[in-house]
Design a protein around this ligand. Structure first.
Ligand SMILES: NC(=O)c1ccc[n+]([C@@H]2O[C@H](COP(=O)([O-])OP(=O)(O)OC[C@H]3O[C@@H](n4cnc5c(N)ncnc54)[C@H](OP(=O)(O)O)[C@@H]3O)[C@@H](O)[C@H]2O)c1
Length: 255
């Protein structure tokens, strides 16, 4: 495993050198109401970024709404179910003319249920998770490529999973989640090559095993640690790292 970066102080590292003009940097985050998405919103706004925070049900997103209310207009909340292509288009139109420095494809799902197991896989479940985990991040990139291309940082970051690594699969099972994340990795590799000419870099990140609703209480790291690490990787991403499969601590993961 190759080491890309050595992270020393991941919590709220000073990224002020990123500020190339007086305009605040702007990010769009999907699945922003809980877990890693909510933590991205917290840490980016603490760093002074303007954040477009997207979630399926803003009326039930109390923590995000409280953050937005206390943010002095730095955080706005937008309705977005990522498998809904019409909603993606509508949001892209609503934000037309806004430079988006960092598009974060964070929303994802893992049923964790019986349909992940050999002998019980459910085709409808599989197709739905494929839409959310694999197709939607590309649809977001397609819809927001122009917004990203007109920004300073020009970065698209997608949260994938080591569960999508074929090389790392020693335990089998988890057919739906694993295959949708493996396919997502391929999609993001192609995207990195396709948008290079527009000056856009693509960060593809495994967040670690994180204590969220998805990761569960026995996970190894907190959302604070994971997101601080991912931001450090994203905001220091070089061209040689675009489209590579990296963990939150900067280590490279085998496909
Ligand atoms: N936690 C881990 O250990 C771990 C490990 C590897 C990878 N990941 C990846 O990290 C990302 C974030 O996971 P997490 O741990 O924060 O999970 P989480 O706590 O379960 O949160 C998932 C987020 O995704 C949103 N979401 C799910 N389906 C959506 C849809 N169709 N449209 C819009 N939003 C949707 C959820 O919104 P609702 O509240 O509306 O459901 C929620 O905000 C995912 O891509 C996941 O695969 C997590």
């Amino acid at each position: 495993m190759k080491m890309l970066l050595i992270l020393k102080a991941p919590m709220f590292t000073n990224y002020e050198n990123l500020q190339m003009s007086d305009k605040p940097l702007q990010a769009l985050v999907t699945g922003a109401n809980r877990g890693l998405g909510l933590q991205f919103v917290k840490q980016l706004s603490a760093l002074g970024w303007r954040v477009f925070a997207c979630c399926r049900n803003p009326q039930h997103a109390d923590k995000l709404s409280d953050l937005a209310q206390a943010s002095n207009g730095k955080i706005s909340v937008h309705t977005l179910a990522v498998e809904d292509g019409a909603q993606i288009q509508q949001l892209a139109k609503q934000l037309q003319g806004q430079a988006i420095d960092l598009l974060i494809n964070n929303a994802g799902m893992y049923s964790g249920g019986v349909s992940e197991r050999f002998g019980h896989t459910s085709t409808p479940d599989w197709l739905h998770v494929f839409q959310v985990n694999t197709i939607a991040p590309l649809k977001m990139a397609e819809a927001f490529a122009e917004h990203v291309a007109q920004s300073q940082q020009k970065t698209i970051a997608t949260v994938t999973s080591k569960m999508g690594s074929i090389a790392d699969n020693t335990s089998g099972g988890v057919y739906i989640y694993r295959s949708t994340k493996a396919a997502l990795n391929m999609v993001m590799k192609s995207l990195a090559l396709d948008v290079e000419a527009s000056g856009i870099k693509v960060a593809l990140l495994h967040p670690g095993w994180v204590k969220t609703d998805m990761g569960g209480p026995n996970a190894l790291i907190t959302p604070q640690q994971s997101v601080a690490g991912m931001l450090e990787v994203i905001l220091n991403l070089g061209w040689q790292d675009s489209g590579r499969f990296l963990a939150y601590d900067g280590t490279e993961i085998e496909w």
